[in-house]
Each structure stands twice: as C-alpha cells, then as structure tokens.
Design a binder for this molecule. Structure first.
Ligand SMILES: [Zn+2]
Length: 659
C-alpha cells in the first residue's frame, strides 16, 4: 500500500508540512472516537485487530501525528499485534450467531462470523469451522464496541480457510455455545450482462476534471438520443487562490502579505520589498510603483531600522491602494523588528499548467435514458466529493459508457435505459480534484478557505477547505451529530454552515429538481465497503438518525448482496459482510453526509461505495489496503468492478416498483 514508514519533516516557513498516508493504531474504540472527534484526516479504512486495538489509515503531518499521540494514536507496527488472552465471564453466557458466511475471492476461501454473547464485550469467543473432507480450523473473535455500546463479536478480518466451510461452532470461555450453517456471501443474483459482445473497459488513465468533462461532452455528442448534459446551477469557487508572500523571520518578525485579487487575476504579478531608507528619523511608508510594493522602514535618530512586524502590517493595511492585506505571523503580536528584504513576488502556489482553468468550474451531470422526462425511476451516481479519490470518477464514467455503448447490442442494457433515468456526476469537487492532481495529492476537501487570517499563511494551504461530504444538512455537526469538525483546518471540516458550499448544493439540487430519483450511489474510496443510512449519531448515548424500517433495511441488504455479486463477478473481489451495512455500524459516524440527506429528506435509497477493497497478501497472510491512488493497473481494475456494481444498482432500480 501507499503507507510510508515515517512522516517527513517540514522544509521552510512558507512551505506546507509534508503529509503522508500512514496506518495508525489506537488501543480501543474509545480512542478511535477521540481520533474522529479531533477532526483528524482519517481514511475509510478502519480495521479492528485481534488484541482489541484498531488500526486506521490516516493522512497526517509530523505535527498532526504529535497531536494525535496524547489521544492514544501511534504508528501501527508492521507485524500484527499478538492476540490477547481475555478473561472469561463468570456465568455461562448465551451466544447468538448473527451471521456466518463464507466467500470465495480470487485469493481463495474466507470465513466471516458475527456473534454476540450475553456476557457482552468481556466474553472470549472462539469459532471452530468444519468443511468437506474433514477440513477444519479455529479463529478467535474480537469484541466490537462503538461509543460505549457493545455491538457483538466479529473477526478482525475475514479468515482464510483452505476449503469452503459448512458449519461453525462458536464457544465462549464462559461455557456458552452456538452452532450455525455457513451461508455463501454475497449470494445475490448473478448479473445478466457480460454476455458475448458486451463492451466494456473504456478507461485508460486517471483523469483530471477537464478530461472528465470532455468525456461527458463527447458521450453526449456520440449518443444524443440517449443523453442530455445538465450543467448544475452552482459553479464552484474555482481552482484559484489569493497570492501570498511570507516576509521576514517567523514568528515575531514576519508578515504575511495576501493579494486582494486571485493569483491568476493579477495577484501573482505583485512583489513586496522592505527597504532601509538609509537616513535617520524616517517614517514608515508603504507605496505601490507599478507592480512593486515598497515598504520603507522607519528609522531612529541614529538611522537604525525600528519598524516592527505589527507596524509594517498596519502600514500596508493603511494604504488600500496597494491591492494587498498584511497580518503578523499566526497569533504572534509581531513585536520583532523587521529587517530589510529584497523584492519577493507573491504567489498563489498553484502548479497546474496554464491550460487548467482558474475560473469557477462548471459541474456537469450526464442524464441517460430513452425517456428523460421524469417518468422512469431515477438513479443518481456521483463521485469524487473527496478530491484525492481518483478511482471514483472512473467508476461512474465507465458505467455511463457501458450503458451507452451496449444499448444497441445488449438486451439487458436496453432494458435499463428504457426503465430508468440515470444521472451521472463524475466529479462533484473539481477544484479539490485539480489541487489533488497538481499540487497536493492527499487533498480531501474543496479549495475554499474559511480560515481566519491567523490560520491563512501559505504553509497552511494544504489544510484549508471544506469536507463536501460533511457539509450537508441532515444529521449535521450543526445539529449536534458526531464525526465532523468545526475546525477550518480539519480533514472533516463541516464548513461555516450547512450547504455553505456549491459542491453540496449541486447534489441536493438534483434530488430536488428530479423527484423521480429513487436511488443514489455516492462513490468513495478506499477500503471495500457498501453502506447505507443511518450515517451519523449523536455521541452521547450513540443516538443515531432513525434506522430504516426492518422492511427497508432488508431491501437495502438484499439489493447490496445483488450488487456485491456483480462486483465480485469482475475479478473475484468480495465486499466483506462486516463492511456491508449502515455507515454507523460498519465504519464510523459521519455527520452531515450526503446519503443521509438523500434518504431522510427525499426518501432516496442512498448508498455509499468505498471502492478499493483490501488485497490479500498470501505471503504475509494479511489483508493490505490499496490507498487513494494505487498504480493505474489496480485503479483500473477497481473501476471495472465497481462500474459493474453501479450497473447492477441500476438493475435494482429497473426492477423497483413503488409500494
Ligand atoms: Zn471519500
């Protein structure tokens, strides 16, 4: 995986601190919760370990790592922690097996069991499985406790078995015992596509937003009778930033100068110099000559320079004609005397080639179907809310192209286009996506900086932005739900208000405008999950958004199994049973996410894919994470399998009848 053994250190005061994707270990779920509450930039890959600890992949800088350590987080060891012997409960406990399933992936047979004990998390549970020809094995279970609630015991990850397991016996150190037959997972209907002549594989590389939009437009040109392009009403703020320079020596004798204009609109042309007037008793003055801002420093009776950072900032701000604003460094009062400094050009620090637009971006939806009039069941598929998840737009684009190119040659595809109307948004967050492509590949959020001046010096630029998938209005941070941050630098910053960002407003606009949309797939990476509401709870008492009814939950699950069967049919990637379920049960609380708003406000069956399931390493006998930007050969395979899953979802929609 992309995980690095260490986190590199910072270079200079204007440079962002480098961040790395690492695997962290925390001792228990309470510590995991503290990590979520801290607003740390956690990925969706969360793995309980045999000793009760939890490993989670996260994007962190060295100083963020230092801040997380008091919360109990450490760098995960390379080798798995040994299983701890747990004390058994005193009285004989009752055991209920909730799920016992086997699956065959491309790497062989695996077993997954979920059970609960009346003795709760203190129980020590072990599983013995039996298969054909006397095959057998044993696996220890681990308790799963979230926000103080015992949710049962499970395997830390699916356990390899040399054959197909048929029966499991769960025994407890307290004397409890239960048996169950092992069912095949996911066990859904096989997809009816992939017949001879079925065309697929239209993806040749990772694509930045401009290329994705071009692909959407060219598909529309090629299939005008089957498609429309919808330009979503809210343009993004744009791949652009104000130009900045850090002058002097932080913290006490430094000023941050920021242009009023975006860098691309003149800000980058400005320079700032601090000069010694070379004479005694001169006043502090700031003036503009062409594109050069000259600050002439004050001197005392002996001709020595006396202007402090705070005075220099005030002098710059007093002259509104300069086109810039200045502040002292972070929270420093700026009492240090500034030294003369040669002209420094302001910079927006954006590295994309000039042909990448700096203007507010259009977000496009491709509307697909033979009757695009609202009379058919609508399916919304939207991806790359999180900028660094490069595989996700490939999933939706590949699915769109399969539908269009197979319409004429594949009966099952024709039926999908006749019975449904599909809305594909490949890139919800194009500004962040550009930033991820060209500047900082771990960028998760959009590019809009809501931080105050003291948190806006250029070294912090990789921390700005809003987490689009925490900016929605249902179960939000603003409503008191858990799993988003009010800190503008956090990886899960919810934004200043619900729907403050154009990216989230665009998604909701589609749901409002096209009331025939009944299904939605929010495509994320990575970790191999398939989830649905509720996606958020209030931490006190773990009070989640209302659970769907048993009937609805059954429908979520049976549809998920159908879709997971289609995913597995591509290359044998099986989504684990313990990673299939409501977000709050299988991952963590994510306040203000889009799927919750679609379900609770619009009655849309809103799912989340986390594409990029772990890969089994036969040598180490461990599952390994794939990362946000795996080598393209792997990203391509993930796109193929989850495109098949998305098309299977459209099949579920085609069979849907309003009841
Ligand atoms: Zn994501």
């Amino acid at each position: 995986m992309a995980s690095e053994p260490s986190v590199p250190a910072v270079a200079g005061p204007a440079d962002p601190e480098p961040a790395s994707l690492v695997t962290l270990s925390v001792p228990d779920l309470a510590a995991m919760e503290r990590l979520v509450a801290s607003g740390a930039d956690l990925t969706e890959r969360v793995r309980p370990q045999a000793d009760g600890s939890i490993q989670v992949d996260a994007v962190v800088t060295q100083s963020q790592l230092a801040e997380l350590q008091p919360l109990g987080a450490t760098m995960a060891p390379e080798t798995p922690a040994p299983a701890q012997t747990r004390k058994g409960a005193a009285a004989k406990d009752q055991i209920v097996i909730e799920r016992a399933v086997w699956f065959e992936s491309r790497d062989g047979y695996f077993l997954s069991v979920e059970a609960s004990s009346s003795a709760g998390e203190a129980a020590t549970l072990n599983v013995t499985w039996k298969g054909k020809h006397g095959s057998t094995g044993q696996v220890a279970m681990v308790p799963y406790v979230d926000a103080g609630a015992y949710l049962g015991h499970q395997f830390n990850t699916p356990a390899p078995t040399d054959r197909e397991p048929q029966w499991v016996t769960v025994t407890s150190a307290g004397g409890g015992k239960a048996e169950a037959r092992v069912k095949e997972w996911p066990g859904g209907e096989r997809p009816d596509h992939n017949g001879r002549g079925y065309q697929k594989d239209f993806i040749t590389q990772y694509m930045p937003p401009a290329q994705l939009n071009e692909r959407v437009k060219s598909l529309h040109q090629r299939f005008p009778k089957l498609t429309d392009i919808i330009t979503l009403p809210n343009r993004t703020n744009g791949y652009r930033r104000h130009a900045q320079a850090l002058i002097g020596t932080p913290p006490a004798a430094a000023v941050v100068v920021t242009s009023n204009a975006y860098g691309s609109e003149g800000g980058n042309d400005l320079s700032v110099e601090l000069v010694d007037p070379g004479a005694a008793d001169r006043p502090l003055q700031a003036s503009l000559n062409g594109k050069l801002i000259t600050v002439s420093l004050a001197t005392d009776g002996s001709g020595a320079v006396t202007s402090t950072a705070a005075q220099v900032a005030a002098a710059i701000n007093a002259n509104t004609g300069l086109g810039v604003k200045a502040t002292t460094y972070r929270t420093d009062a700026g009492a240090g005397v500034m030294a003369p400094a040669p002209a420094t050009q302001l910079d927006d620090f954006l590295n994309a080639p000039a042909d990448v637009s700096r203007k507010p971006a259009e977000v496009l939806a491709l509307r697909i179907g033979t009757r695009r009039d609202g009379s058919r069941t609508g399916v919304l598929a939207y991806s790359q809310e999180h900028a660094r998840e490069w595989v996700t737009p490939l999933v939706t684009i590949e699915a769109a192209e399969r539908l269009l190119r197979n319409y004429d040659r594949d009966k099952a595809t024709k039926r999908l286009l006749e019975r449904t109307e599909i809305f594909i948004v490949p890139v919800v967050n194009p500004d962040g996506a550009n930033y991820s492509f060209y500047d900082f590949n771990s960028q998760r959020k959009n590019m809009t900086n809501h931080c105050p001046a003291e948190q806006s010096d250029p070294a912090l630029r990789n921390q700005w932005g809003v987490d689009v998938n925490r900016n929605y209005a249902v179960g939000s941070l603003h409503d008191g739900y858990f799993g988003a941050s009010a800190n503008c630098q956090s990886g899960t910053f919810a934004g200043p208000a619900e729907h403050s960002e154009p990216e989230s407003r665009n998604v909701i606009w589609l749901a409002q405008k096209f009331r025939n949309i009944k299904f939605a797939m929010n495509v994320h990476s990575y970790g191999g999950y398939f989830m649905w509401p509720p996606g958020a709870y209030k931490q006190d008492g773990r009070v989640s958004l209302p659970r769907p009814t048993a009937k609805e939950e059954g429908y979520f699950l049976s549809s998920a199994q159908t879709i997971e069967t289609a995913i597995a049919a591509e290359r044998g990637t099986v989504t684990w049973p313990q990673q299939t379920g409501p977000v709050t049960d299988v991952l963590y609380s994510a306040a203000g996410n889009s799927a919750d708003e679609l379900w609770y406000d619009f009655g849309i069956y809103g799912w989340d894919f986390e594409v990029g399931a772990d890969l089994w390493n036969a040598t180490t006998q461990r599952w390994e994470g794939v990362g946000f930007q795996p080598p393209f050969s792997e990203g391509h395979q993930e796109a193929m399998e989850f495109a098949a899953g998305l098309i299977s979802l459209i099949g579920v929609a085609a069979d849907y009848r309003d009841r």
